[in-house]
Design a protein around this ligand. Structure first.
Ligand code: 4AZ
Length: 497
């Protein structure tokens, strides 16, 4: 978010004094069951809070109408890269169907937005969140907690697990000593004179709460500040009690969904079921990560339900180098049908993005080619940072790579139980238990296609021998109008006959 720096003005981040922010602690699982990550995994930029089963409160400066509308958010988030919160309630990815940014939002003023979720998330917890409607609260000096998955130091990495820190409320009069008239009545400041503890980038939109036992009262929404955790520069929050009427109008009148702030009688439609929380379908196709500011990825074709041997997940993990936007990938099955892809470089383009795990749901008893492309041609390392990819099946990393040039192709075969195997033995497909080898005449020549060549970016021509020598037989190249793996053109050099 924009930062007001008394010397440099709004928008300037004083990075000359890089401090550890927050100085908080990792939250306990289930401690803040209402926390929402606006997005999924490493592509998520902001936080939010579930103030009703189908409603998330966040900050307008997170621009949810641009980045989250129609996309998935992670409700009940704790670990950025996992929905599994056990033994606490698990997180869920739920799509955002409507977004309402405060109509008076401008710069840092009226920094509120509401999201309507496709389906409710029923918190199965003794803890509950209420929005503060009392303008007298919190009192100066009240002990508040702010939470988030944002950076743990200025310009650092975003947190993997939810963190929280205690900060005292300060009066707006006191806060104006730091920021002057930038602090409006609909804002609330919290922090220590000496700094040291604060919210920061990536925490925006998340809740500032006052905790009394299981009752958490949300008094603020993370909004702005001068840098993070600097002395005499408290964190500034959108003051929840100021905009209760706008929230009620949006949630109770316009959206007409269940919310405690609407009172018991407001909804005219029956409230959503209060049974078990809605879980994502197990047969869900690949969930593409939250769209980055640029155009969204090509939608993934749904996976056929006809996986006769059941389904499993292939996890594709990236630790990026300094240029996540160079990376794209595809997964195709043995019949060369596209199963999932992020086919455009530029998709992974978030300045906070360092790691991502993609989950690709595939059929057991099939083979898949995972192709990772780096448009710049230097892989995920090393001159531009120390990245890598891991391909995981059932929790085990089966392939990893970093210095792969333009392209890496890894073949992942899963047996009938979803266990990784190097190839599938389909000999019995014809129902004939005989050794099929005997049925074929093996007297064929094992020869490279003498016409195969590939011209690199510097205009140099490479042949089969070069690919074999460079261990690039698995790369895909176009030849005679067909894009295939090089060993298909070069079986002799690549030793695959
Ligand atoms: C931000 O950039 C941000 N220290 C959030 C909170 C604060 C500063 C910056 C408060 O999202």
């Amino acid at each position: 978010m924009l930062k007001y720096n008394p010397v440099k003005g709004i928008g300037a981040l004083d990075d000359t004094n890089i401090q550890k922010i927050i100085n908080g602690q990792q939250s306990a699982k289930g401690e803040f069951p209402y926390y929402v990550l606006l997005g999924v995994g490493g592509n998520a930029g902001c936080g939010g809070s579930l103030i009703a089963p189908q409603v998330v409160l966040t900050a307008a400066h997170c621009e949810p109408a641009t980045y989250n509308l129609g996309e998935l958010v992670t409700v009940g988030a704790y670990d950025r890269y996992s929905l599994n919160n056990s033994p606490a309630q698990n997180a869920e990815k739920i799509r955002v169907s409507k977004v309402r940014e405060h109509p008076q939002y401008s710069d840092v003023d009226y920094d509120f937005a509401l999201l309507l979720l496709d389906t409710p998330y029923i918190m199965d917890s003794e803890k509950y969140l209420v929005v503060n409607d009392n303008a007298q609260y919190p009192a100066a000096g009240a002990n508040l907690d702010v939470l988030g998955l944002g950076v743990t130091k200025v310009d650092g990495n975003v947190a993997q697990k939810l963190r929280d820190v205690a900060v005292p409320a300060i009066t707006n009069a006191e806060c104006r000593k730091s920021y002057g008239n930038q602090v409006k009545n609909n804002m609330l400041c919290a922090g220590f004179d000496a700094g040291g503890k604060d919210s920061c980038q990536g925490d925006s939109g998340g809740p500032l709460v006052q905790i009394e036992g299981n009752k958490h009262t949300q008094v603020g929404v993370v909004s702005w500040g001068a840098g993070c955790a600097e002395a005499n520069s408290p964190g500034v929050y959108a003051r929840v009690s100021s905009e209760i009427e706008w929230m009620k109008q949006t949630i109770c009148d316009d959206w007409n969904v269940e919310a405690s702030l609407c009172g018991p009688s407001t909804p005219t439609t029956p409230p959503p079921p209060v049974a078990a929380p809605v879980t994502a379908p197990v047969t869900a196709p690949v969930q593409a990560p939250q769209a980055a500011p640029q155009s969204p990825p090509t939608p993934t074709p749904p996976i056929s339900n006809e996986c006769s041997a059941g389904q499993s997940d292939i996890k594709l993990f990236f630790k990026f180098d300094d240029y996540p936007d160079d990376i794209s990938w595809t997964v195709t099955d043995a019949q060369n049908v596209l199963v999932a892809e992020i086919d455009e470089p530029g998709y992974y383009d978030d300045i906070l993005l360092t790691k991502v795990t993609e989950t690709i749901t595939v059929c057991n008893n099939n083979c898949y080619d995972v192709t990772i492309n780096d448009i710049y041609g230097n892989g995920l390392c090393c001159e531009e940072g120390n990245g890598r990819y891991d391909i995981r099946v059932q929790g085990t990393t089966i392939f990893t790579g970093k210095r792969f040039g333009e392209q890496a192709v890894e073949r992942v075969c899963l047996d009938k139980n979803g266990v990784f195997v190097t190839s599938l033995d389909n000999d019995s497909e014809d129902g004939d238990d005989d050794d099929d080898d005997e049925d074929y005449d093996y007297e064929y020549e094992c020869e490279d296609d003498a016409t195969f060549k590939w011209v690199n970016k510097k205009g140099k021509t490479k042949n089969c021998k070069w690919f074999a020598k460079k261990n690039k037989c698995n790369a895909k190249r176009k030849h005679n109008g067909k894009k295939q793996r090089v060993f298909n053109f070069c079986p002799f050099s690549c030793n695959t006959c």
